[in-house]
Write a protein that binds this ligand. Sequence first.
Ligand SMILES: [Zn+2]
Length: 228
Amino acid sequence: MRVGEGLGGLARLRLSRGELGFVYFEFSALAVSTAEHRLLFDPAELVRREEVSAWKPHLLLITHEHFDHLEASRLVELQRTSGGTVVCNPGSYSMLKGKVGKLVQLKAGGSVEVEGARITGIGAEHPAKEPLMFLVESGGLTLFHGSDSSFTAGLEKCRAEVAFVPAGAPSPTASVEDALRMSRTLGCRVAVPFHCSPDEAEEFGRKAERELPGVRVVIPEPGKVYKI
Ligand SMILES: [Zn+2]
């Protein structure tokens, strides 16, 4: 359900346990609110400091150090404005060390708890330094963020109610088929394709209708607020 615009709109959402609101930007940049936390993923240069002052994230999560996921000076600004904790893969950690106040390095298979949210790192398949995907348990649900990875064996033991799945361009590792396999393996009830072209998002939607019965697909329009 679309219920508003931008991070200001997301800040006004009222959420009960098990509910989730989100705003999608581009690539894997995503803002998520649960009943208990505000989570900003891979903002790159796509999220402005002024927007974050209206919706202060508790957590800034970075999957890997590529430009479409991390822009170090912008991240420093976003962290200062929000006061949130940065949780990131080793490649991003080397770029941010000494620049960001609250910085936590996470490795594949590792898990950390920040302000009551549990974040688990899953090894991603992508040409970066130990890139990650994330599972986050918060506000009575588990959500998955797939960065721009292909499917990996580490996902076999993971479950998530809501899955943000990379479906293609401009990643050499993500694809519609990998996104379908991720959604099926995670047993999600809602799948949101991202990091892809509009055609790939449509293709994901068509195939999911046939191959993933019972899974609701939300194709996100950038900047809109969705409530699940
Ligand atoms: Zn990417």
